[in-house]
Design a protein around this ligand. Structure first.
Ligand SMILES: CC(=O)SCCNC(=O)CCNC(=O)[C@H](O)C(C)(C)COP(=O)(O)OP(=O)(O)OC[C@H]1O[C@@H](n2cnc3c(N)ncnc32)[C@H](O)[C@@H]1OP(=O)(O)O
Length: 420
């Protein structure tokens, strides 16, 4: 008979070293953590929102949440409970430890008033049972620069044609300039899925905080529009591969965002125009990123990865549905099933391009669906028609699926640029 395992919130920061050792074990990073790692990683964890599963004194399960602000279609933002550092030590798996920690976290999130919970799923089959649905997808491309058809005589940052410019800046200037541009980026109407970046996020990105010594620090550049306002930023690194005196370098983009398409085009153009660089890896982008079609030959961008990324778990349906905007006016009654009891019920949505209202109702539903399917539909990526074809939403009134399709889909696909 295995020992009983106790799931509890950490008493305080003094419990973080043992808890971080368990995270390291669960993620196969190593059986121990150094004092330096503990010092850096502890900074991200609020003990009051950190759970451990304890077999005696040994931590064998970990689960942490943090506050997150997420942009929804139309540009408003909602408070979200972001789930991270989920591990169960291999000796203690499939005994319900994740289920126990998830139940505590979702209850706390509902009580706090968070509209949804979010996570990046390590494996697809884990989180659907807890009411999460895949809400945004990502694509990573590798561009073979010589095949793009781009004019290699491009003269560099001053040659963008829109009065804008790209400037390579050091980490200190980037830390000062990029966060404010990112706040404007994520407040855009078509930025659904983008999340806020904390000071700690920027400190890690700029090497002010580090988990380990980098092989080579990354480069940072900003785009300035004709007025000099910073309207985008890129962080990238290069390897140093030569074969028989020929450069074979690959640039990897860690982050690239812009508040407007001109900046986005300029930053891609900059990254693709450097001497020596044979290939550019884009990092995980929205599947409808501008990049491939910026190239005279889009086939120069080969897809390396296409996968689900951000998963959402609705907790407060009226708040979620009223916060976003919709492409057209319309109304829909949804019957939402939630076996865990946080978000289930019947809701009437009055939707429109300028805003929406949503409240509980006793009217007959047009559509019934599981809470995880609502998570998948919410940011506009998933299709109600497709879910209906798969048998995952039920049309209770003729025409309701087509109405949901019209209302929920967005012109541009959602994108969460950050892993967490
Ligand atoms: C947001 C993030 O942090 S993502 C990172 C997730 N962590 C990892 O992938 C690290 C490696 N894996 C692990 O640490 C563990 O296996 C976990 C955390 C995924 C699962 O923890 P467990 O305590 O074993 O899960 P638990 O026992 O509560 O399982 C509940 C149900 O989910 C199922 N399940 C759990 N993990 C998986 C999986 N990886 N694939 C498929 N099903 C799974 C179980 O079979 C069980 O199903 P059942 O109720 O029908 O029997």
């Amino acid at each position: 008979m295995p020992n009983p395992v106790e799931i509890r919130t950490l008493a305080g920061p003094e419990e973080l070293p043992e808890w971080l050792r368990a995270v390291s074990t669960g993620f196969y990073r190593g059986p121990t953590v150094t004092d330096e790692e503990v010092a850096v990683r502890s900074g991200g964890a609020d003990p009051a929102r950190t759970q451990g599963a304890y077999d005696g004194a040994r931590c064998v399960g970990t689960f942490r949440t943090m506050p997150q602000r997420m942009t929804v279609p139309g540009g408003a933002e909602l408070p979200v409970c972001a789930v991270t550092n989920v591990t169960v030590t291999p000796t203690h798996r499939r005994r319900g430890l994740l289920s126990g920690m998830m139940a505590h976290a979702l209850r706390a999130a509902r009580e706090r008033g968070d509209a949804m919970a979010s996570l990046i799923a390590a494996e697809y089959p884990i989180y659907g049972r807890f009411g999460f649905g895949p809400a945004s997808w990502v694509t990573e491309w590798e561009v073979t620069v010589s095949r793009t058809g781009l004019d290699r005589r491009y003269a560099g940052p001053a040659d963008l044609g829109d009065g804008g410019s790209v400037e390579i800046v050091d980490a200190g200037d980037f830390r000062r300039l990029a966060p404010e541009a990112h706040e404007r980026f994520r407040a855009g109407a078509g930025r659904q899925g983008a999340i806020d970046r904390t000071d700690r996020w920027w400190d890690l990105q700029c090497g002010i905080l580090r988990f380990a010594e980098p092989v080579a620090p990354p480069f940072h550049a900003v785009y300035r529009d004709a007025d000099g306002t910073v309207g985008g930023a890129v962080t990238y690194s290069s390897d140093d591969v030569w074969r028989a005196k020929l450069p074979e370098q690959t640039v990897t983009v860690a982050d690239l965002f812009a508040t407007a398409p001109a900046g986005e085009r300029a930053l891609w153009r900059f990254v693709l125009s450097m001497d020596w660089i044979q290939r550019v890896r884009t990092g995980l982008r929205a599947p409808d990123d501008l990049l491939p079609l910026l190239l005279p030959d889009p086939r120069a961008a080969r897809t390396l990865t296409h996968a689900d990324f951000l998963w959402l778990r609705p907790l407060d349906v009226p708040r979620m549905l009223a916060a976003r905007t919709y492409p057209t006016a319309g109304s829909l009654v949804l019957e939402v099933r939630d076996k865990d009891g946080y978000a289930g019920g019947r809701y009437r949505l009055e939707a429109g391009p300028e805003g929406a209202a949503c409240e509980a109702t006793h009217e007959e539903p047009g559509l019934s669906l599981d809470v995880s399917e609502l998570g998948a539909l919410y940011l506009g990526d998933e299709s109600a028609v497709r879910l209906h074809a798969l048998g995952r939403v039920t049309e209770e009134r003729p025409g309701a699926v087509a109405e949901a399709e019209r209302l929920f889909r967005t012109a541009r696909r959602p994108w969460c640029p950050d892993s967490f």
